[in-house]
Design a protein around this ligand. Structure first.
Ligand code: CS2
Ligand code: MG
Length: 402
């Protein structure tokens, strides 16, 4: 069996997505997501110039060897561009293998470990009252777990609060929008939000929150401690994790569970955090961390330390990543939760998929492969549009983490 062709499809049904399609001499094709939000064309160039030529003529069944070739063969290891490209190839090859086997991907990985994949949705509002209402809307939609982000009094912009509600999109401009950040205002407000949410809805639902890398370790420790009475499912990206040791300080002060890793690319980025039991959930997902092949390795390391998975699932990960992640989630023994930020109907139409939502759970479906396709004719109607994520500055103009 041989790979005969591979091509990159860029489409923008409201936001940009990059998809790799691999074709074989047996007529079976597979697709993989290669979207890197705000840096899409870097991955396109990497795939087209450096990866696709090495795939032609290879046996698509040799998923492991092709992964190792992409990783070791690059010499310049790691990084989001390289690992997104490797992930796209890997996802497409697992899709092909599962289609050849006539199985949904989760069956090929080792079979079903659960009946459904618990997801969390994104509730966000301009202020506390609106955010409380939005969380209520998600409860009414059947969600068991909800992430709450709110506008902050006295701050013009806050992370996670979009113009839209069910479908907000942060990469909203051709050049980065400049937002203003104030940690003091955020720390004054956030415990009040969760106090109000628990007062309104009780303790039966899981509540989550994303600090989006904005805090120093000691500030993060203080927030975790202040949130303890409200029993969060997790506090995410409390402080940047380039320095994995920073989490020792947070951990020493709070029992609020910690989640990290949406920006990680490999097992090396989370090795110390996992082995030192400094986190509770690892956020890596298929496209960002080298595909199903590498994500499995991260999950297996995490399992040794009772760290559970919590795959990133924002809208900048295409339905192809969502589909593949749902198969992974259905199989992985140490599953925790899956993020589910809904794609727009336009995006769903470009990527017809087998997965479905019901009662707070996503189900990968029974189609052979990962169950997600691309409608190329429709994709071609939405040309690429430059779009970048915002940046953040402190009130005095200092650059901060968005
Ligand atoms: C966020 C993301 O979903 C999350 O937890 O942190 O929305 C993140 O901001 C985007 O994926 C960036 O592209
Ligand atoms: Mg996040």
């Amino acid at each position: 069996m041989k790979i005969t062709a591979a091509k990159v499809i860029v489409t923008c049904p409201g936001r940009n997505f990059v998809t790799l399609k691999i074709e074989t001499d047996q007529g079976v094709c597979g697709i993989g997501d290669a979207t890197l939000n705000g840096r899409e064309l870097a991955v396109v160039a990497y795939l087209e110039a450096h990866v696709i030529p090495t795939l032609i003529g290879r046996d698509p069944r040799q998923i492991e060897d092709i992964w190792q070739f992409g990783y070791r063969g690059a010499y310049w290891r790691r990084g989001p561009v390289t690992l997104s490209a490797i992930a796209a190839v890997d996802t497409a090859l697992w899709d092909i293998k599962a289609k050849m086997a006539g199985m949904p991907l989760y069956d090929l990985l080792g079979g079903r470990s659960r009946d459904g994949v618990m997801v969390y949705g994104h509730a966000n509002g301009a202020d506390l009252a609106e955010t409380v209402d939005e969380v209520g809307r998600y409860i009414d939609l059947g969600y068991k777990a909800i992430r709450a982000q709110s506008g902050i009094p006295g701050l013009r912009d806050a992370y996670g609060v979009g113009r839209g509600k069910l479908f907000y999109e942060p990469a909203d401009a051709g050049l980065p929008t400049e937002t203003i950040w104030d940690t003091r205002k955020y720390l004054n407000f956030t415990p009040k939000l969760f106090e109000a949410l628990r007062a309104a809805y009780g303790f039966d639902h899981h509540l989550l929150h994303d600090a989006h890398h904005r805090l120093t370790p000691i500030e993060a420790a203080g927030l975790g401690k202040a949130l303890e009475p409200f029993q969060l499912f997790w506090l995410e990206d409390a402080t940047p994790a380039e320095n994995q040791e920073a989490f020792k300080l947070i951990r020493a002060h709070t029992t609020t569970p910690l989640a990290v890793g949406e920006v990680f690319n490999t097992i090396w980025d989370c090795k110390d955090l996992i082995q030192n039991q400094l986190i509770d959930y690892i956020r890596c997902t298929v496209v960002r961390a080298g595909g199903v092949t590498h994500l499995r390795r991260i999950a297996d390391l995490a399992a040794l330390y009772q760290v559970r998975t919590g795959c990133h699932g924002a809208t900048d990960l295409s339905p192809v990543t969502m589909g593949a992640a749902l198969h992974f989630d259905t199989w992985v023994p140490n599953f925790g939760i899956q993020e589910y930020m809904r794609h727009t109907p336009e995006t769903d139409a470009v990527f017809p998929h087998a997965y479905t939502f019901a009662d707070g759970y996503l189900h990968p479906g029974e189609a052979a492969g990962h169950g997600v396709d691309i409608d190329e004719a429709l994709a071609a109607k939405y040309p690429y549009r430059p779009a970048q994520l915002p940046v953040a500055r402190l009130e005095d103009g200092t650059m901060w983490n968005w």
